[in-house]
Design a binder for this molecule. Sequence first.
Ligand code: C5P
Length: 206
Amino acid sequence: MSEPFTVAIDGPAAAGKGTISKAVAEQLGFAHLDTGLLYRAVGARVLAGEEPLTAAQALTREDLERDDLRTAEVAQAASKVAVIAEVRSALMEFQRSFARRAGGAVLDGRDIGTVICPQAEAKLFVTASAEVRAERRYLELAAKGDRTTRAEVLADVTERDRRDRERATAPLEAAGDAVVIDTSDMSIEDAIAAAMRAVTAKGARR
Ligand code: C5P
């Protein structure tokens, strides 16, 4: 497909959005943007002492390639800068132009279907119970040798969800026209298949 086609995938922390988005993008030959990385990169700069808005305006491609963006500390910092309306606006144009690139794009985040790309051709809201999400994230971290405990992971996920849902600007919520996929009792293969069915039903093709 050479014309733009936007797939918006939103949902709470660790619901499987990242894995699903990567797989959908790969199967369709679309580009993929994990928009959480933008907020994490701003959060990392803020932890190093910068002002949030200055950090958002100064973001470069190298910031997104840092290998320390996946920690719970950076995740918390990300969800705090994500509350600031000016920070969100500073990151908007980059996301919108990525979404409309030729050849199709998958963007995953919290506000893609509601605020960044309300006209997206396909919208998914991927969710799962907090316990299931925390357990998956815990196993992922443990496999990498990270010693964060189950209880710490659950606390991080629950705290970020609350902040993301309750903020005034672009809160986490499903767009009215999003297809909701609850992955609590699904294998990752089934979740990817459900996402592909929803996206191809909207006309996406390679
Ligand atoms: O998706 P990820 O867990 O990497 O996102 C980190 C944080 O960035 C989220 O908890 C959320 O506060 C923020 N975020 C956001 N809007 C997005 C993507 C992420 O507010 N589109």
